[in-house]
Design a protein around this ligand. Structure first.
Ligand code: PHE
Length: 378
């Protein structure tokens, strides 16, 4: 049974206002139930511990100048989420395949950047925004449709860069990298990391910071020098600014050695009891790993098939028992029909699963793949 309403920062939000049987709405109950959980506001939770450690870094190094917002509502307008941060009209992140829409004008924010422009318009010049963000995505150990980000923005005045002899953009970019390298050092001590040049609609130049984890480079934050247009629209014509957005789960996975992103949502004491307020250094001790169970399913896809739709369907049935959904075979026959074979890994973080319950889940998946995604199971 799904609750009829949730509360976010004292405001009640009814299920009917978020989950609607309407083609402009693509929010399932499995997402509605995550609203208002506020994991980042729990001091004993790894996400809360990381948030507080980052706050400490900024308080200490910037003399408490950064204002903190961690209770802003995740239901935002498409204007705030996209237009205000200059996301082009044809950018993929605007698609129904990538973002949760409540209606054509309202989304579950897909990044904390959704709050940048309004806070700038309201005159804030140094701020951190922390919150849950929502993205339709694939299923594996580091991806989950709800995760947490922290946005940081700092605005400079001419007096800040004039003495440096650098042009304002270079000055801001150097300050930004120094700030984030200092933060990484504060959190990790030493860790292997690298900067990658990248593109974001709202910053130029733009960078990503990657950290080495479980044998791969993991992107943990995006950042850059704020596009002048954003500052101009907020009435700041003589300024430059930087901005960053970091993924709290990914930082926490590296920092605490948490192997799977689903664990953040676990209320199993064997997980929750391992963390305490203010304790950054602890390494998570996995309580026995239960065996996974793999099920393969093959079908002929159609034009409207997407992996995100499949993953959401699987998550809707199996919830957090779905550990990974992976394309293992893909071919097109002479008639031009394309077949996909997916391997679904089922595993609980908390207990052994029985064959019966897995078979039942897999039959439901099979059923709904045909009835909802309209593909032909082979
Ligand atoms: N919003 C970006 C993301 O979610 C991160 C980012 C924030 C990049 C601020 C640059 C500046 O990927």
């Amino acid at each position: 049974p799904v609750a009829s309403a949730v509360e976010i920062g004292g405001v009640k939000i009814a299920r009917e206002d978020v989950v609607k049987d309407d083609p402009t709405n693509n929010v399932p109950d499995s997402i509605f139930t995550k609203l208002g959980m506020q994991l980042h506001m729990r001091d004993q939770h790894p996400l809360g511990i990381i948030k507080n450690a980052i706050y400490d870094y900024f308080d200490t190094n910037y003399d408490n100048k950064f204002e903190k917002f961690d209770n802003l509502c995740p239901l935002v307008s498409t204007k705030a989420n996209f237009d205000d941060v200059l996301v082009p009209a044809d950018h993929v992140s605007r698609s129904y395949n990538d973002t949760y829409y409540i209606d054509s004008q309202t989304v579950l924010r897909c990044h904390t950047s959704a709050h940048q422009a309004e806070l700038l318009r309201n005159g804030h010049t140094h701020f951190l925004v922390t919150g849950d963000v929502y993205r339709r995505d694939s299923i594996d150990a580091t991806h989950y449709p709800v995760f947490h980000q922290m946005e940081g923005v700092r605005v400079f005045s001419p007096a800040d860069w004039e003495a440096s002899g650098l042009d304002p953009t270079t000055y801001a970019a150097e300050d930004l990298k120094k700030c984030l390298e200092g933060l990484a050092k504060h959190l990790f001590g030493s860790v292997e990391m690298r900067w990658i040049d990248t593109y974001f609609p709202f910053t130029n130049p733009s960078f990503e910071l990657e950290i080495y984890f479980q044998d791969e480079w993991l992107e943990v934050l995006g950042c850059g020098v704020t596009e002048q247009e954003i500052l101009k629209r907020s009435g700041k014509t003589d300024n430059v600014a930087w901005a960053f957005g970091l993924g709290l789960e990914r930082l926490a996975m590296v920092l605490f050695g948490i192997p799977d992103i689903r664990l953040f949502w676990s209320s199993d004491e064997r997980f929750t009891s391992q963390f305490s307020k203010g304790q950054l250094g602890i390494k998570f001790k996995p309580f026995s790993k239960y065996p996974p169970c793999y099920k393969d399913i093959s079908f002929w896809i159609n034009e409207s098939f997407t992996e995100n739709n499949l993953c959401e369907l699987v998550r809707g049935i199996a919830g957090d028992l779905a550990e990974e959904v992976k394309l293992i075979d893909n071919f097109t026959n002479k008639k031009g029909m394309t077949s996909h074979c997916y391997r679904i890994a089922y595993r609980s973080m908390e207990r052994s699963l029985t064959d019966e319950e897995i078979n039942e889940l897999q039959w439901k998946v099979r059923d709904q793949i045909q009835s909802k995604l309209k593909v032909d199971v082979r």
